[in-house]
Ligand binder design. Structure first.
Ligand code: KIV
Ligand code: ZN
Length: 516
């Protein structure tokens, strides 16, 4: 069957969006999981944008791109030759490396952003591709803002870059402006215009979701012959996000009859990948999100439940197990040992050993003491919590609070940093406010809580509470997540994980700003 290349840009376009920033360790964790998911290409970063992004891209190339059967590791680069050199420096370690270079081709971008003529941009694009080809065979080119570009001019640029050696031509709907039928027609027309190069390049699309059409546009492009789609896990990305990987993959699989194409993605890794991203970034998936949302497979209406009980096919077009959704079965108990935990975690996609496994085991024992039944979802919550809290600057040592009707909520918090303990108290209009005030008093950094979301990892009154926060630390917006059976402790841990991220990033802005 004809195959569509899945180009995952969670670690680049996804990560670029405010609140989704990831450090090197977190990107590596995600990249390993993307490799298990079996995507074809991982766009690991935009190396020129910052030293952190360079380092993260290089580490993904070194540690994931060198594995047997690893995906292609790609870096993004503007058309400046120095940018391309830097990009190559980062990706060159991978067995299969790709340079993805782009420049805007719409008159709006040329006039207001680049302040360059059409001829200048065409020349820069051609030179950039030629320069990149001197480093590697696998070069991708994107005409940014393609959906608003003059068609003939854009095709002249594409013609020139294919001549210069680009082997993937990616057409981005940068501002999410396109509508499926029109987009599909544009994709068909591009192939007609480039007919003399047929067979020498792979046509790709990269759709943003501003009008909610990203997945529909991607599918429409596939129908018209595109054979690579650029997408992200959970559809994260600039503004309204990018096309969602899981929706595209499952649409192609479920409607094979219609599309007649498939991907190499191991769909049973989808749920785990989605949850890992959500744990790492601290951003919950909306409950009604297609494929991976909490309700995506829940049948509430009586008539639906009745139908599903009689025959699943009545209301289910996919099975939860197709995307690896855990059945919430009881897995481990208080007396389970390290080996049992390690084995179960491996099944869940976490290959832990040494100190990482020690930390996970301690967290598991603490949980098993507090909670009688430990489910897969619980394990995923505590382990991703531990993994993402690693390298913490501040660790929670002690927490006590008083709250209730008729009392002023107050809290005492003890934190550990560099081997020393610090204790402070705070009051607030509720226990969370009081705990965060005590943390602020210790760290001397005042955070403004922009968003706070609490959800139970599983059913049951003794469920683990997962808290996701978005905090503004003096203009820098950082996300964090914490888990505990005590929701006040989970809130403190989420706030601390955001703070730790801020500290690790040296207080830099989270959203990267790179000029044209
Ligand atoms: O949206 C966009 O145009 C991009 C390009 C760099 C491909 O992300
Ligand atoms: Zn984009």
């Amino acid at each position: 069957m004809d195959r569509v290349v899945i180009f995952d840009t969670t670690l680049r376009d996804g990560e670029q969006a405010p609140g989704f920033s990831m450090n090197t360790m977190e990107k590596l964790e995600m990249a390993r999981q993307l490799a298990r998911l079996n995507v074809d290409v991982i766009e690991a970063g935009f190396p020129i944008s910052s030293d952190e992004d360079f380092e993260a891209t290089r580490e993904v190339a070194r540690q994931v791109g060198t594995l047997e059967g690893a995906p292609v590791i790609c870096g993004l680069s503007r058309v400046g030759l120095g940018d391309i050199d830097r990009c190559w420096e980062a990706v060159k370690y991978a067995r299969r490396a790709r340079i993805h270079t782009f420049v805007a081709t719409s008159d709006i971008h040329l006039k207001y952003k680049l302040r360059k003529s059409r001829a200048e941009v065409l020349k820069a694009a051609e030179e950039a591709v030629r320069h990149a080809r001197a480093y590697c065979e696998d070069v991708e080119f994107s005409p940014e803002d393609a959906s608003r570009s003059d068609f003939d001019y854009m095709c002249d640029v594409l013609d020139a870059v294919i001549g210069a050696g680009a082997r993937t031509i990616n057409i981005p709907d940068t501002v999410g402006y396109a509508i499926p039928r029109e987009w599909g027609e544009r994709i068909a027309r591009i192939q007609e215009r480039l007919a003399r190069h047929a067979g020498r390049y792979v046509l790709s699309v990269h759709c943003h979701n501003d009008l909610g059409q990203a997945v529909a546009n991607s599918l429409s492009a596939i129908v018209q012959g595109a054979r690579q789609v650029e997408c992200t896990i959970n559809g994260i990305g600039e503004r309204a996000g990018n096309a969602s990987l899981e929706e595209i993959v499952m649409a192609l699989r479920t409607r094979k009859d219609l599309f007649g194409v498939d991907t190499r993605v191991r769909s049973e890794e989808i749920f785990r990948t989605s949850r890992l991203l959500s744990h790492i970034t601290g951003v919950h998936v909306q409950p009604n999100k297609a494929i991976v949302g909490e309700n995506a497979f829940a049948h509430e209406a009586g008539i639906h439940q009745d139908g599903v009980l009689k025959e699943k096919l009545t209301y289910e077009i996919m099975r939860p197990e197709d995307i690896g959704r855990p059945s919430n079965k009881l897995v481990l108990g208080k007396h389970s040992g390290r080996h049992a935990l390690a084995a179960r975690l491996k099944d869940l996609g976490f290959d832990l050993a040494g100190p990482d496994l020690d930390r996970a085991f301690k967290a598991f024992k603490d949980l098993a003491d507090r909670k009688k039944e430990v489910y897969d979802e619980d394990l995923m919550a505590i382990v991703t919590d531990e993994v993402t809290q690693a390298e913490a600057a501040y660790e929670l040592e002690y927490l006590h609070f008083i709250s209730g009707t008729g009392v002023v909520p107050s809290a005492t918090v003890k934190l550990r940093r560099d081997g020393a303990s610090f204790q402070e108290s705070g009051v607030g209009d509720g226990p969370v406010d009081a705990v965060l005030a005590a943390i602020d008093a210790i760290t001397g950094v005042k955070g403004r809580l922009l968003d706070f979301a609490l959800r139970a990892a599983t059913g049951g009154k003794d469920a683990i509470g997962e808290v996701a926060v978005k905090v503004d630390f003096d203009g820098t917006v950082v996300s964090g997540k914490g888990a505990s059976t005590d929701v006040i402790e989970a809130s403190a841990r989420a706030y601390l994980s955001a703070l730790n991220r801020l500290v690790r990033q040296g207080g830099q802005r989270v959203s990267k700003e790179v000029g044209p």
